[in-house]
Design a protein around this ligand. Structure first.
Ligand code: DGT
Ligand code: CA
Ligand code: CA
Ligand code: ZN
Length: 583
């Protein structure tokens, strides 16, 4: 059912557009009505079913607005609003997010310069066109220019770890609808990119109207950006979600197309052309005897499933994580696609914190959480003291010795999971390791991570750590935080070659703030022969769930189970960890 919030959004949009058209009084009336609709304690849609008079029972809602509400609830549209949208085809939300730009300014700039989007606004501001519009000046133009940068930053790319659960939630919700035959995530989210511009959802249905309505009615839709016949966009917790509804017979074609990446699709389309085929979002078509350039012209050879799309080009299905045009199509054609590692193949976590340093759980608690996931082993790796550790977070060597005894005691008590005693040591700017040698030798596993001075080239620094005889894993190698800091520059092939030689694994931190190494780097590392470790850096048992983000990042780097240290059985792990004897 149409929610009160949605009705209120429509009224607000009406107000914005009227204001943009410089209409007096009415915008205010619509805004007041919107407020009262939003706060109305019962379902306004139910009132609307009773008729216009019933809706007028809402405070500040007169006959004119009430009949529009009824129209919207009954038809999903307001004719007058549709007309206004056509007259003023502007991205109101994006434009008014710029400090100092209100609906009225949007209307004026559209009339004068045809500005519809944030990009248009930026181009006009840079070209000095805005100052020429009557009522504007150089100062206003300058304010708009700096406001655009800020508005863009506020709309920066979302982290995979935030966007993915939201996307999965909407898919689960849509799948409940009888009108939905098939529903899948597409775009960068399906490719598991570290950051996401927007969430793309694809539905196959014979009843697009019903699907669009149920989508815009979703309880987590904070705002409907646009709603048409075949597609709609909403905003949910600052994530933009685009929905497209297609014919179930063309679902596979659309899924392939909207999963991207664009580069992958371009290379694929060229392969189609070589075979006298045409490939697009509607299917694969044999176009040998066709002159017509209609998108669906020609004999339809594939499109219902994604698999059929690839098969039509003599290819096996290519996992979405690989679709970045980095050789995956040639590999598929040669039958050389890697058998990518899967989340269930991870057998343990090798980078875990407890309340001994900055974690929030006891050793037993973290071990119990790992056992509950069915892990075969877990390594406790609390912070050692050293550079980058603030406020006594890191453990001194004597504390580490004490902890070692306790971890061994826990290990002895449990026969369902092996508990390894480890440490997360700091890698100094000179590559030195912040823990005494004899202690390092006693521990089962040593993670060494850079935590301070995270700019500039870090290759030599990390190679020194890699070469250290007791270091087993380099933790979050670049030290990056997505959207916040880029971390160290690393020559990955050089680092990975050293890592392979010294039996040191390079970590893929599954922490969604990091995803470090990233997919490109994983591929380089594996190509150089290095082993990777997919760890969560968990500070609480709930964070073990992040493991899948690390796995899919590794898959973006073409990683197979055999490339992943913690996808190996315990005996093989122990061989790798044994000091000084590469296997
Ligand atoms: P994002 O949202 O920036 O993280 O990246 P994507 O890959 O999700 O891109 P998006 O949302 O703009 O479009 C989804 C997919 O749709 C994209 O990966 C490929 C396909 N697509 C969109 N526009 C075009 C286009 O103009 N040409 C081609 N070949 N594909 C397109
Ligand atoms: Ca997208
Ligand atoms: Ca999109
Ligand atoms: Zn850590």
């Amino acid at each position: 059912m149409t929610s009160n919030a949605e009705v209120a959004d429509r009224l607000e949009e009406f107000a914005d557009l009227l204001e943009a058209k410089d209409v007096e009084y009415k915008p205010r009336a619509y805004r007041r009505a919107a407020e009262n609709v939003a706060e109305y304690p019962q379902d306004v849609a139910e009132l609307a079913e009773e008729g216009v008079e019933a809706v007028q029972g809402i405070d500040r809602v007169g006959e004119a607005i009430a009949s529009k509400i009824v129209e919207y609830v009954e038809t999903g549209k307001i004719e007058e609003l549709e007309e206004l949208r056509e007259e003023l085809p502007v991205e109101m939300g994006a434009l008014t997010s710029v400090e100092g730009v209100g609906p009225k300014t949007v209307g004026t700039l559209y009339e004068a310069l045809g500005i519809e989007t944030l990009d248009d606004l930026e181009v006009a501001a840079r070209a000095g066109e805005i100052r020429e519009v009557s009522g504007f000046g150089a100062k206003t133009e300058e304010n708009i220019r700096s406001g655009i940068d800020f508005a863009r930053q506020a709309h920066e790319r979302q982290l995979l770890g935030d966007a993915r659960p939201r996307g999965e939630q909407v898919v689960t919700y849509l799948n409940v609808s009888d009108a939905v035959r098939r529903c899948e995530l597409a775009g960068s989210l399906r490719r598991w990119k570290a950051t996401i511009g927007d969430v793309d959802v694809l539905v196959g249905s014979e009843d697009p109207e019903a699907v669009i309505e149920s989508f815009t009615d979703w309880g987590y839709a904070d705002r409907v950006i646009e709603a048409g016949d075949q597609k709609a966009s909403i905003r949910s917790d600052d994530v933009r979600i685009d929905l497209r509804v297609v014919d179930p017979g063309e679902f596979g074609a659309a899924l392939q197309y909207f999963t991207g990446s664009k580069d992958h699709n371009v290379t694929l389309r060229n392969r189609a052309i070589e075979r006298d085929l045409k490939m697009n979002e509607y299917g694969v078509f044999d176009v040998r005897d066709v002159e017509d350039d209609d998108q669906r012209a020609g004999e339809h050879v594939a499109g219902e499933t994604e698999k059929s799309m690839y098969a039509a080009l003599d290819l096996p299905p290519i996992p979405p994580e690989l679709r970045e045009d980095r050789g995956e199509i040639a590999a598929a054609a040669a039958g050389e696609l890697p058998d990518l590692v899967e989340t269930q193949e991870v057998r343990g976590d090798l980078h875990v914190h407890t309340e001994w340093s900055d974690g929030n759980e006891t050793i037993e608690g973290m071990v119990e959480g790992a056992a509950e996931r069915g892990y075969e082993y877990v390594a406790i790796t609390d912070h050692a003291t050293g550079s980058g550790m603030v406020g006594g977070v890191g453990l001194e060597d004597d504390e580490l010795r004490e902890q070692l005894d306790e971890v061994q005691a826990v290990d002895e008590r449990r026969n369902d999971i092996a508990v390894l005693a480890g440490v997360e040591a700091n890698v100094g700017t000179d590559g030195s390791i912040s823990v005494a040698e004899d202690l390092l030798a006693e521990l089962d596993l040593v993670v060494a991570s850079p935590h301070a001075s995270l700019d500039g080239d870090g290759t030599d620094r990390l190679i020194a750590a890699v070469e250290h005889p007791h270091v087993d894993v380099i933790g979050h190698p670049t030290g990056r935080y997505l959207n916040r800091r880029p971390g160290l520059d690393l020559d990955i092939p050089e680092l990975a070659t050293a890592a392979a030689e010294h039996d040191t694994a390079l970590e893929v931190s599954a922490n969604p703030q990091r995803l470090d190494l990233g997919g490109n780097e994983v591929k380089q590392a594996i190509d150089a022969g290095a082993t990777i470790a997919i760890d969560t850096d968990a500070h609480h048992p709930s964070s073990y769930d992040f493991s899948r983000f690390g796995v899919h990042t590794a898959r973006r780097g073409w990683a197979k189970a055999g490339d992943v240290l913690n996808a190996q059985p315990l005996s093989k792990l122990r061989e790798f960890l044994a000091d000084g004897s590469p296997t």
